[in-house]
Design a protein around this ligand. Structure first.
Ligand SMILES: [Zn+2]
Length: 114
């Protein structure tokens, strides 16, 4: 279980760059980009793929509400200290074909955003 208080202190919003301390929620965004690092990343459990794993970002409530564009993907250590904010445009796109198995499992449910 991630330690939400630590995240709020250590991580900045990946859209506006502001603090998360005044944000009620920690909003994880799954990016359709390949992560070139290990933590945090997503996709490996559902899709049983490793590598690649996929980049994610955290945004504040305000940016989520206003649907702000995510500028950075997050890389952190296991102690949740940020290693690097990666520029989203610099990362490789995830090939959409990899989501096919999920669509076959539950047709129409797993739409691909972004
Ligand atoms: Zn923000």
């Amino acid at each position: 279980m991630p330690d939400y208080k630590t995240i709020k202190v250590k991580v900045k919003c990946c859209a506006c760059g502001g603090s998360l301390e005044n944000s009620e929620n920690i909003n994880f965004i799954c990016l359709m980009k390949e992560a070139v690092w290990e933590h945090p990343c997503w996709g490996n459990i559902l899709l049983r793929l490793w590598p690649p794993c996929f980049a994610s970002a955290i945004v504040c409530d305000k940016c989520l509400r206003e649907n702000k564009k995510v500028k950075f993907a997050l890389e952190w250590n296991l102690d949740l200290s940020v290693v690097k904010y990666h520029t989203v445009e610099d990362l490789k796109d995830v090939p959409k074909e990899i989501f096919k198995p999920l669509d076959e499992l539950e047709p129409g449910r797993h739409r691909i955003g972004g």
